[in-house]
Design a protein around this ligand. Structure first.
Ligand code: NZQ
Ligand code: ZN
Length: 387
């Protein structure tokens, strides 16, 4: 295990009554001027918007709707302007990862004088942020308790993540009932993303990380057991609750403690969702198995086999055979949720493989990944394995 410092300051209110904490959170922050950030309208159809507005009746609220999946810089810039114009004291993001990440970008941008993208391309940094609260309607990105924020620049579809302690929300409200209305595809994409956040950390070269290995194995098994239940019965509160809490824990950096994560699959996927605008989880279901097949003969077999045996119930004794069977079972599981596991399932061919591999590596010093370090050529090969 390597040295670490762990702190996660986000307060979580979880369960059927979680929304009742919104007023007291605003009061504690002294926030009477609120910017409400949300997506394309699902919160209005589901009634979550009304519940939020009821709790905010004592505050002045400005609204910024229209956040699209794979959220764009331009909308966040509009939010920054609104914050400055109206002296906003709390950014409240309601929705999935896209709404929450837009809220994070706005909260940071409101406290930085230069162009917002500076904070994403590393040209500058801020030292303060506005307080951010979230109401989660889609368990997936884990942004409600994470230090990261992912945004896409409109003009060249450059998608970049930024991790900083400033991104931790002050509070997040998680009511599993709010996820009953999710379309099966979004539920499935969320399940894949939650699993991927653990797998990125699970596949490490750091040894003696038994506790975090076991924590992630337990969470992965739990997610895999409950995912078919919510696909079958969307309003199964208990199964939704297991998935929602797992999604939060999967990315709140606890499982990162004492180890180095890989994150190549996320970087490879971000190029896919940037260019083709596919759902992040759908992209991961394509990229992760290809990444596994690539790293298997490059020293990956023992850890892949451990994953296959402990998470997927594989019994083969030979590591390579166990690893291969594990990859097959993982793909079959994601397919059982209705997702494709090949690029062609989303109508994507090989023509942009070189472009994506270049963009994936160029901005980050030429390589991605840590379990196996990948250069541009390796990234090309993984995209090809995903065709
Ligand atoms: O926009 P609305 O109308 O709200 O509809 C959304 C959207 O179309 C819909 N939805 C959400 N909750 C719903 C619902 N529909 C019905 N009922 C509900 N309860 O779902 C669609 C997808 O929403 P989105 O927020 O885009 O999905 P997700 O939560 O998967 O977020 C994806 C974004 O998060 C980033 C991804 O790259 C992507 O941009 N990530 C952010 C991370 C972070 N900040 O820590 C980490 C992740 O690895 C990820 O990269
Ligand atoms: Zn993710």
């Amino acid at each position: 295990m390597i040295d670490f410092t762990f702190q996660n300051p986000t307060r979580i209110h979880f369960g059927r009554g979680a929304m009742n904490h919104l007023e007291s959170e605003c009061r504690a922050l002294g926030a009477t001027r609120v910017l409400l950030v949300y997506g394309g309208g699902s919160i209005k159809r589901t009634g979550v918007y009304d519940q939020v507005m009821e709790r905010l009746s004592g505050a002045q609220v400005w609204e910024l709707g229209g956040v699209q999946p794979n959220p764009r810089l331009s909308l966040a810039q509009r939010g920054v302007e609104l914050c400055r114009e109206h002296g906003v004291e709390l950014v409240l993001a309601v929705g999935g990862g896209s709404a929450i990440d837009t809220g994070k970008a706005i909260a940071n941008g409101a406290c930085y004088d230069g162009p917002l993208w500076d904070l994403f391309d590393g040209a500058a940094t801020n030292t303060r942020t506005l307080p951010l609260g979230t109401v989660v309607t889609l368990p997936a990105a884990g942004s409600e308790m994470s230090n990261s924020c992912v945004l896409t620049r409109d003009e060249d579809l450059c998608k970049r993540g930024r991790s900083t302690p400033l991104n931790f929300p002050v509070f997040s409200i998680l009511n599993p009932e709010f996820t009953f209305t999710l379309p099966p595809f979004q539920t499935a994409c969320g399940v894949v993303d939650i699993m991927a956040h653990m797998m990125e950390r699970y596949f490490t070269r750091v040894s003696h990380v038994e506790l975090t290995d076991r924590l992630m194995e337990a969470a992965l098994v739990t997610v895999m057991r409950n995912a078919p239940l919510v696909m079958q019965t969307p309003d199964d509160y208990d199964a939704r609750a297991e998935i929602m809490w797992a999604g939060c824990l999967a990315h709140n950096t606890l499982y990162q403690t004492g180890r180095v994560g890989d994150w190549a699959s996320h970087k490879l996927e971000h190029e896919l969702s940037a260019l083709y605008d596919i759902a992040h989880g759908a992209g991961l279901a394509v990229v992760f198995p290809a990444w596994m097949r690539y790293v298997l003969p490059r020293g990956g077999a023992p850890k892949l086999a451990q994953f296959a045996r402990r998470v997927l119930g594989v019994t083969q004794e030979d590591d390579e055979a166990a690893a291969r069977e594990g990859i097959a079972r993982l793909e079959a599981f994601w397919q059982s949720l209705g997702l494709g596991t090949r690029l062609k399932d989303y109508g994507i061919d090989g023509r942009n493989v070189g472009r994506m591999a270049k963009r994936c590596t160029a901005m980050v010093g030429g390589t991605v990944g840590a379990f196996v370090v990948l250069d541009e050529a390796a990234c090309c090969e993984i995209y090809r394995l995903a065709l």
